[in-house]
Design a binder for this molecule. Structure first.
Ligand SMILES: [Zn+2]
Length: 334
């Protein structure tokens, strides 16, 4: 099915193009209107084709700013092949600074492979998978914790079925060089951008650079430098448009299933009892849940169920049963 999203850019043309992907949006105030999803394409002949997304979740900002900088710095003579950048991949969500779209409630990263005739978020997912990922060799999807979570600066990459990272992917995540590289087993979830890349045969990694609905200097530098080092290692960037310092080696951590996650078991306000980056052990208290509605009630202690390193922490104190408070990773030797 052909996409109903019309690209003002011709992704096969050499040079630098900026413009909009026009998402049809016929509403009361604009019968024939479209929403302008910004895109940048820099191409110099044949070579590696890279797709960089940010704003897949609209309240994750590090990648959005990094792409703004890269979009202005990257010129065709610096590269070989093609770099396509979408700073606001779920455009209505990014415009609103929300994880999900205010138009249809859609979470883009739970919407792949999408639907050309579906809701707006499904249309966007379909365009990204069938037009952009289909035609790329490497996809980098820049995420962070968004409004509700904060992360130690990390890359996330998936295991190959034989239990390791493919050697080419390994080289790329080492080039990105986040302090942590979280490796995880591909699960049953097939609606994420990672699954889209796998379906289309593109190399892929994502990031969790920080979060809390903000941009820190540290996370932003990592996004900027990490993307540039990765493009260079992938053979797409011939020179370095900005100075990138030599990073320390990344620490590999494995994130498994439920035993690495701590969820609120009741509605309440939580006090974190550990900090990001702490080493913890199974049974150790992770959080104390308080109940201001009945302040005389004993707090509930939420324990860790595994040893590990605290990679992720909930930022919003008021929590409901089922909200993720923490997740861990354990050192991974490959
Ligand atoms: Zn995200």
């Amino acid at each position: 099915m052909t996409s109903r999203i019309h690209a003002e850019l011709d992704f096969d043309r050499n040079g630098k193009q900026t413009g909009f992907l026009r998402i049809p949006h016929s509403v009361h105030r604009s019968a024939y209107g479209w929403l302008p999803m910004p895109a940048v394409c820099v191409r110099n002949g044949n070579g590696p084709r890279v797709l960089i997304l940010a704003g897949n979740h609209g309240d994750e900002y590090e990648g959005q700013v990094a792409i703004c900088k890269l979009a202005r710095n990257l010129e065709p003579d610096l590269i070989r092949g093609r770099v396509v950048m979408l700073p606001m991949a779920n455009y209505p969500a990014a415009l609103a600074g929300r994880r999900t779209s205010p138009v249809d409630g859609g979470n883009l990263n739970r919407s792949f492979p999408g639907d050309a005739n579906g809701t707006m978020t499904q249309m966007i997912a379909h365009f990204i998978e069938e037009v952009l990922i289909r035609d790329c060799d490497l996809m980098i999807d820049i995420h962070s914790g968004g409004s509700s979570l904060d992360y130690v600066p990390s890359v996330q990459a998936q295991f190959e079925p034989d239990g390791g990272l493919s050697s080419s992917l390994n080289e790329l995540v080492e080039a990105f060089a986040a302090p942590f590289t979280q490796v995880y087993m591909t699960g049953s979830e097939d609606r994420m951008s990672e699954s889209a890349a796998r379906r289309k045969g593109a190399l892929y990694f994502t990031t969790e650079l920080g979060g809390a609905g903000t941009v820190t200097t540290e996370a932003l530098r990592l996004a900027e430098h990490g993307i540039i080092r990765t493009l260079h290692t992938f053979g797409c960037l011939q020179g370095l448009p900005i100075e990138t310092p030599e990073p320390p080696p990344t620490r590999y951590v494995e994130v498994r299933g439920d035993e690495h996650f701590v969820y609120a078991s009741e509605d309440g306000v939580f006090e974190p009892l550990v900090a990001l980056g702490d080493e913890v052990s199974a049974g150790q208290p992770a959080a104390a849940m308080y109940f201001p509605e009945t302040p005389w009630r004993e707090p509930v202690i939420e324990p860790f169920r595994s040893n590990g390193i605290v990679l992720c922490e909930r930022t919003m104190a008021r929590s409901r049963r089922g909200d993720c408070l923490f997740h861990l990773g354990e050192d991974w030797s490959g």
